[in-house]
Write a protein that binds this ligand. Structure first.
Ligand SMILES: Nc1ncnc2c1ncn2[C@@H]1O[C@H](COP(=O)(O)OP(=O)(O)OP(=O)(O)O)[C@@H](O)[C@H]1O
Length: 322
């Protein structure tokens, strides 16, 4: 069974594992970091999939693997474009890059500050030998709500918010099928975050692009994501429609993430804080990956790993409480 499976997918990830080996073998010690450990999901056509979890949960690694920038240790990744299925693990980056783009967290380091705005947008089009360059640049500038007068400016003359708009324009100008937006609002002031999210949503609506929106801030994911995937130490612990996951979080970890933001759902404001998870992040050798921090841990959780199961329609959780 594919979690969230549908024929109409753009990205399909099956049992993905990315294990990094650290340490110096000369000293006899080698550590394995399981950045991803058996992740299965699909992202549908025109869908915004929010991927949330705290630092080190594997969000960026997941995004990078889905666009071919990181090879997995195990597992499968496919992108469907123009009725063709591309095996991302095997395909050359040149082939994959026709269909995918990435928006980075830091608009200051992701675009060369010396370049003219016009050239930032024209370059990927020229590389692809596209026609109608002027028209496409104008369309992209309009979509991200940047005035055309800025085309002659150098990137260093733009504000942080304008630079992030430009990096979105650069990503969507080549008409990708799928874009990974990795913490696109983290470096921006609160007042600009909403504007950037609106632009991502507009891009999905007008161009039919599918997005993976990576964020450690649940309220950000909630604003525009259709579905949410909650990652904990490289495992999907919960997945479902955003409204369901926010209103009725099933996994104790998701509950703790939501209670960190009492304003995320007005009905939660008056509720007492019930979930106090322990602070230490320890990956257990066996059993549920979350049990060392879980306030509801039972003996079974230490022994057996819960698998993702569909508890309500399209709402999956990996927890022995269900
Ligand atoms: N190239 C690498 N080599 C070794 N370990 C890595 C590498 N990339 C990631 N990791 C490890 O994999 C785990 C997951 O990292 P990842 O960056 O995917 O998490 P994240 O959820 O995106 O975290 P953050 O929000 O802090 O960026 C971390 O423990 C990280 O240290």
């Amino acid at each position: 069974m594919l979690v969230g499976s549908t024929e109409d997918y753009v990205v399909k990830v099956k049992n993905l594992k990315v294990h990094f080996s650290k340490g110096n073998p000369l000293f006899g010690k080698k550590y394995i970091t399981k950045a991803l450990d058996g992740v299965t999901l699909t992202i549908r056509k025109r869908e915004i999939m929010g991927v949330v979890g705290e630092s080190g949960s594997g969000k960026t690694t997941l995004g990078r693997v889905t666009i071919g920038l990181q090879k997995p240790t195990e597992g499968e990744v496919y992108i469907k474009a123009d009725n063709e299925e591309i095996n991302v693990v095997k395909a050359k980056l040149k082939v994959i890059s026709k269909y995918v783009q990435m928006i980075y967290q830091d608009p200051y380091s992701s675009i060369d500050p010396i370049m003219r705005v016009y050239d930032v947008l024209a370059m990927p089009l020229k590389y692809r030998k596209e026609r109608d360059i002027e028209k496409k640049i104008e369309e992209a500038m309009n979509l991200v709500e940047l005035p055309l007068e800025l085309l002659e400016n150098r990137v260093y003359q733009l504000s942080g918010g304008q630079r992030q708009r430009l990096s979105i324009a650069r990503a969507i100008i080549v008409d990708p099928k799928y874009v990974v937006a990795d913490e696109p609002t983290t470096m921006l002031d609160a007042s600009l975050k909403g504007e950037i999210l609106k632009i991502i949503k507009d891009a999905r609506e007008r161009k039919g692009i599918s997005f993976m929106l990576i964020t450690h801030e649940l309220p950000i994911a909630k604003i525009i994501s259709d579905r949410l995937t909650v990652l904990y130490l490289g495992k999907v612990v919960e997945m479902g429609r955003s409204s369901d996951v926010i209103r009725k979080p099933l996994h104790p970890y998701t509950q703790s993430l939501i209670e960190a933001y009492p304003k995320i759902d007005p009905s939660l404001r008056d509720k007492p804080k019930e979930i106090k998870i322990k602070v230490d992040i320890i990956r257990p050798e066996k059993g549920c990956v979350f049990y060392p921090r879980c306030p509801f841990a039972m003996p079974k959780c230490k022994e057996e790993e819960p698998q993702l199961k569909e508890v309500e329609q399209e709402h999956y959780v990996a927890c022995w409480l269900y």
